[in-house]
Design a protein. Structure first.
Length: 189
């Protein structure tokens, strides 16, 4: 077994996620979770890897949510990669309502909130003529409060960012800034 690197994780995304939108979501999650790690002074590379890999199994498990997150760990093992318990738990717990693996650590909450906020930001950016440019946390918060806007996005998981000491408004700023860094890569230019 070999320790996984960010380059390895990117190759796995290319191998297992064939739909462009799934790859983009993984990339968005990578940069947002990395930004959370930077804010908390945690291991940015490790957190980015988890953000990137959290949906590695999506195209295999989208019809069986109980396996989503669990199958990703099996894929990593089959591919000969070793990840630590914290990383494993964060990947499997980001889908806790179906895996019954509860979020506990800062990384668990960061991945669930980080991957959830990407959908809200992306949907809002598509409505704006300037996309991500100039997007404000206060405006995003208005969309967050509207249950009908980007309805599938888990408001609970996003709000749970406060369980690791980051105020929601600060989190919105962190996530928007992270996605702005890759705006052309994700088609929001």
């Amino acid at each position: 077994m070999k320790k996984i690197t960010l380059a390895d994780a990117r190759q796995l995304i290319e191998k297992y996620l064939h739909e462009k939108n799934n790859r983009l979501h993984s990339r968005e999650s990578e940069v947002v979770v990395r930004a959370i790690a930077k804010h908390l002074k945690k291991d940015e590379e490790k957190w980015a890897i988890v953000g990137l890999l959290h949906d590695l199994d999506w195209e295999q498990t989208m019809n069986d949510f109980s396996q989503h997150g669990v199958r990703a760990l099996e894929i990593l093992k089959e591919e000969g990669y070793e990840i630590d318990e914290e990383m494993s738990h964060a990947i499997s717990s980001h889908n806790e309502e179906f895996t019954n693996i509860k979020r506990e650590s800062e990384l668990d909450y960061a991945v669930a909130a980080g991957e959830s906020i990407t959908g809200l930001i992306y949907a809002y950016a598509l409505m704006r003529p300037e996309k991500l440019v100039g997007m404000k946390a206060s405006s995003l918060n208005k969309k967050f409060k509207s249950a009908h806007f980007a309805a599938p996005v888990s408001r609970e998981f996003i709000a749970d960012i406060e369980k690791i000491g980051i105020e929601k408004a600060v989190f919105f700023d962190i996530a928007i800034a992270a996605m702005q860094e890759i705006f052309s890569e994700i088609g929001l230019d």
